[in-house]
Design a protein around this ligand. Sequence first.
Ligand code: AMP
Length: 282
Amino acid sequence: MKIIRTINNLKKEIRQIKRKGLLIGFVPTMGALHEGHLSLMRQAQQETDIVIISIFVNPLQFGPKEDFKSYPRNLKSDARLARTAGVDIIFAPTVKEMYQSHFDTFVDMSQLTNKLCGKSRPGHFRGVMTVVTKLFNIVEPDIAYFGQKDYQQALIIKEMVRDLNMNLKIKILPTVREPDGLAMSSRNQYLTDSQHINANRLYQALLKARQLILDGENNCGKIHKTMVSIIRSIPQSKIDYIEIVDPETLEGLKKIKQLPILIALAVYLDKTRLIDNIIICK
Ligand code: AMP
């Protein structure tokens, strides 16, 4: 497994890989790797010839008051984990390498980016779309893998690839959870032990909503209310949003007329912002 720091060196490798006609699987990450990330890498390893991951904490997708500085960074242990998942190349550039001075080009979208997380994180998805476009141009993957955990992000990337005729396939894989149901996240490291234990109520609220819907409840206001009461029972919790939406447009629903629907939430436990979602199908 190689760790490559510069765009030029990675491009040299990519040229050789392409010359051999090998398929490239790509997993973009911000590091602090966990089983959720590794599940994407293992899938890439099964479906492609060369697995490349990026580890880059992208300043462009963090707001001024967010956790860019404190975001966990540990390339050594990430490299150990990536190796076990069959990764061939880690691309770990510096911020300077990715954003040369006078960097002034951005990729954006007008509808999906303003929904759900976009409302409380203005500019976030512009930062994600810009860095992912750059990474796709550098890595030239055949397939890129994303997690359902960040549903809105994956949907936006899929739409961007379609809208801009990018030459790759996007695959979205299921959310990997702790045994108690808490969605794995690099940000779970910020939680205290008791916050960690209580955080599984986010998933319990999603499961309760699913149960209500499958039992015939179609009034989104009522479902929302039940979820709020479960989540408010978590000490130090502050709800950013809980939304029941169309999974393609992310438009909010008042009544559930057909499935599938997406239920997505973002909740602060003290200063830590956690997100989760489920898709409810027939
Ligand atoms: P991040 O490092 O948080 O930017 O995530 C990198 C990729 O891993 C994204 O496509 C995420 O959606 C995905 N991911 C993060 N957490 C999980 C999880 N618990 N299960 C599945 N995929 C995940």
